[in-house]
Write a protein of this length. Structure first.
Length: 172
């Protein structure tokens, strides 16, 4: 007797095709339950091992920007905050402590951020699933940096607006 193959479903954010599972997701980040679980596993590695931690902010920024959700106030704010952080990291070379301050300042702003049409889920070359396959901390850090830079580049048609927001931060 043959069992039927496990059903697969694409993640609405990153497009990764994964087994269809039941489980929790985020309230406004658009991720399948399977993708959300992989992200949780990656975060657990970063929290548990200091060798993985230096790229934690990049992990959060890349995942949130790659899984933008639908047009809503919290989704728009999330995308803006995480894209500005990626901009500051890759174009201005800010370190993690400065990025933490920038994210905090952006989160406090009472602003109605515009909705940016996100890149199509099928267009991503790297996802959190690539990071999850890392066999050690050095590979993990390298993959997170490649992934987060690819996410920043994936939003290139909106770079001018994001750069403008980045220049308006008070903490700089």
């Amino acid at each position: 007797m043959h069992s039927s193959p496990e059903p697969l479903e694409p993640c609405p954010g990153c497009g990764a095709v994964l087994p269809a599972v039941e489980g929790p997701t985020h309230e406004y980040i658009a991720a399948s339950p399977a993708c959300w679980a992989v992200y949780g596993t990656v975060l657990a590695k970063e929290y548990a091992n200091p060798d993985y931690w230096p790229v934690h902010g990049y992990t959060v920024d890349a995942y949130a920007a790659q899984h933008p959700g639908e047009n809503g106030r919290r989704q728009r704010q999330s995308v803006a905050l995480h894209l500005v952080a990626l901009c500051l990291a890759f174009e201005q070379g800010l370190g993690q402590q400065d990025l933490v301050r920038a994210r905090r300042e952006l989160a406090r702003l009472r602003r109605d951020w515009p909705w940016f049409e996100p890149p199509p889920p099928s267009g991503w070359t790297l996802t959190v699933h690539d990071v999850a396959r890392a066999t050690d901390a050095a590979e993990h850090r390298r993959l997170v940096l490649e992934w987060s830079e690819s996410v920043w580049q994936g939003w290139s048609r909106h770079h001018a607006a994001v750069r403008q927001w980045a220049t308006q931060l008070r903490y700089q």
